[in-house]
Write a protein that binds this ligand. Structure first.
Ligand SMILES: Nc1nc2c(ncn2[C@@H]2O[C@@H]3COP(=O)(O)O[C@H]4[C@@H](O)[C@H](n5cnc6c(=O)[nH]c(N)nc65)O[C@@H]4COP(=O)(O)O[C@H]3[C@H]2O)c(=O)[nH]1
Length: 610
């Protein structure tokens, strides 16, 4: 089923092998001393009686040599030869045989089994005339060997009992480490997906048995993690994951399970829930915990976390895999609804998710299929009405959906990491088109992802070189969001771009929350007043006051101002009165394809000539 079950099996098998192994080794060690003793003692006895037999055979051989024809009748002398050699022994018998096997003399009774026997030939005048045979019992040494065996088995048994635990303990500790590695995430020390599925199944089985209460499954994903990882490096990314895991862990009870599913994705099982509200409370606590800034060495970064929750209630709840997929769907919904938030799974989310996934697939192919197009919106000098430049606005010409506006696909492109590629195309295309529109500036929108992805200044320089567009005619528009993270690095990049001769404009000015601070840190060439203020100009006194204030700032800093979204003559007049230099909006022209800007410019040249 899982890694843990496999490891338990391996552990039992290893344990068995170890026990068997130690038993075999202990038995061999216990057998060694008696076997050694027996073999040595037997060899000693054998060489002793062999020497005896040889000695007796020598003496009898002399008798035979002195009386070759009747030596077998020399019974007395032969028996003397037998007894002269050694003391009598209860466990040894000696025989002198004639060459035909007749027994000529014996000494000692037949010894008890087991016995050792040696033969030695009697030689006279170079011929074998008989033999000396000695048979000796080895019962004594066998008994001693058995005794030694019993003692050594006892000693080995004792040693096995005392030391047998050592390999067992080593195995246990090794197995503990292996089990931990196989069931935990190395980076955060949290349990991994295998453990998670086991615990989820267990929690669901308990719920099915008990019937009451609920199990909540949370899927979490860090917001803006990729940004930190890409820009500060993987070591910082890892550190962020460790710290985030710690913060999440601190919000949980012992009975809850927190795991890292991979990357910046985490999951939590909250078992035995009395009311879904408890899941909501926990989700909010998790979001609050991760929202606080993280200290990563010299950097302080803010990320967030989005949470999707799926609930299993009563007996008829979905299986673990389905529940996990539901929580993941809810997570998508939370991400789509603005991040840093939580969503409970609802059936209709699946439909939305399928739609989003389809859009994702289409978006990945859009660039290769040439489905993107740039539209250009005129920017005019408010006092003269002259066309000063255009802003490039991206459109996705989807074969089925028709024209898709950037607000509907740029966040998705950002999320799936496609924006740097799309942005590079926008930059090249805008510069290439603008090159032929003499004396006009071209403004290109650039998002945080593009700048933070690195190498942006090179991209700008290359687009200028390839198109031949003078740098002074290119304007990069960024929003405050770009400066929100990695402010120093971003300012560095912007300065490099400006060093090329390119202008930098701040878009949607006034809608962020710390614009003034950024103005002090980086000198923008232009501030674009957000269209929400222009729309309320003349009707909402506070909007008018904000427009006045922004224009005051631009004058004080000596930078240009552009009013966005000017739709009426009245708005244009009020802005002109307030000293705004430049504007754009439907009053002057909607975003149009490049060909229409060509026509517009051609008409103006013709009109000027007439
Ligand atoms: N109601 C009203 N709206 C007006 C008027 N005049 C212009 N607009 C719309 O206001 C938006 C101005 O662009 P933005 O503030 O830079 O805001 C842009 C910009 O932030 C982003 N965007 C557009 N093109 C690109 C691109 O190539 N790259 C990136 N990163 N972002 C882009 O998408 C946003 C939306 O673009 P659009 O949908 O084209 O919407 C454009 C434009 O069509 C007006 O008089 N009334």
């Amino acid at each position: 089923m899982s890694d843990r079950t496999d490891i338990a099996g391996i552990r039992t098998r290893l344990h068995g092998v170890l026990q068997h192994g130690s038993r075999i080794i202990a038995t061999l060690l216990a057998l060694m001393p008696p076997l050694l003793y027996f073999a040595t003692a037997r060899a000693t006895i054998e060489s002793e009686i062999d020497l005896e037999a040889r000695f007796i055979a020598g003496m009898v051989g002399e008798i035979a040599a002195s009386n070759p024809t009747h030596w077998t009748f020399e019974g007395v002398r032969i028996e003397q030869a037998l007894t002269r050699v050694v003391d009598e022994s209860d466990h040894e018998s000696r025989l002198v045989l004639a060459s035909d096997g007749e027994v000529l003399a014996t000494q000692g009774a037949r010894p008890p089994w087991p016995v050792l026997r040696v033969d030695h030939s009697i030689v006279a005048h170079g011929e074998r005339v008989g033999a000396v045979v000695i048979v000796k019992s080895i019962m004594d040494i066998l008994r001693e060997a058995v005794l030694i065996g019993v003692l050594s088995a006892f000693a080995m048994g004792l040693a096995y009992l005392l030391l047998g635990r050592v390999p067992q303990r080593l195995l246990d500790s090794a197995m503990r480490q292996v089990t931990h590695l196989a069931t935990h995430d190395v980076l955060t020390g949290l349990p991994n997906r295998g453990v998670f599925m086991d615990r989820l199944q267990l929690a669901l089985a308990t719920l099915r048995r008990d019937g009451g209460g609920a199990v909540a499954l949370f899927c979490l994903d860090l917001d803006r993690f990729k940004e930190v990882n890409d820009t500060l490096g993987h070591a910082m990314g890892d550190e962020l994951l460790r710290q985030a895991a710690d913060r999440l862990r601190r919000e949980l009870r012992d009975t809850d399970t927190l795991v890292r599913l991979g990357g910046d994705e985490f999951a939590i099982i909250q078992p035995r829930l009395n009311h879904p509200h408890s899941a909501e409370v926990l989700a909010q606590r998790l979001i609050d915990a991760v929202e606080e800034p993280f200290d990563l060495g010299r950097h302080q970064v803010r990320v967030g976390v989005s949470v999707g929750i799926a609930l299993a209630q009563g007996r008829g709840h979905p299986e673990a895999e389905v529940l996990l997929s539901d929580a993941d769907t809810a997570l998508y919904a939370a991400k789509r609804d603005g991040r840093g938030t939580f969503r409970f799974f609802a059936e209709d989310m699946n439909v939305a998710l399928r739609r989003r996934r389809a859009m994702e697939t289409d978006l990945r192919q859009a660039l290769a299929r040439g489905e993107f197009e740039l539209y250009y919106q005129p920017q005019v000098n408010l006092s003269t009405g002259a066309l000063t430049g255009v802003e490039a606005l991206l459109r996705w010409n989807h074969p089925e959906r028709g024209f898709v506006t950037p607000d509907n696909f740029i966040p998705l492109a950002e999320e799936i990491g496609l924006l740097p590629q799309i942005g590079a195309w926008v930059l090249r295309e805008a510069c290439a088109n603008a090159q032929r529109w003499k004396d006009m500036t071209i403004a290109v929108n650039v998002s945080a992802h593009q700048i933070h992805a690195g190498g942006f200044e090179t991209l700008v320089a290359r687009a200028l070189a390839e198109s031949g567009l003078p740098a002074s005619r290119l304007e990069i528009e960024i929003t405050e969001g770009v400066l929100l993270t990695q402010t120093e690095a971003t300012i560095g990049t912007l300065e490099q771009i400006r060093a090329l001769g390119v202008s930098i404009a701040m878009d949607d000015f006034g809608t962020g929350y710390s614009s003034l601070g950024y103005l002090q840190r980086f000198r923008f060439d232009k501030l674009k007043i957000d269209r929400s203020f222009i729309a309320s100009l003349g009707t909402d006194p506070s909007a008018s006051a904000i427009v006045d204030a922004v224009l005051g700032i631009t004058r004080a800093l000596g930078v240009r101002a552009n009013a966005e979204g000017v739709e009426t003559e009245e708005q244009a007049r009020m802005l002109c009165e307030r000293g705004c230099n430049e504007a754009q909006g439907w009053l002057f022209g909607r975003p149009v394809p490049a060909s229409q800007i060509d026509t517009l410019l051609a008409d103006r040249i013709t009109a000027a000539a007439e």
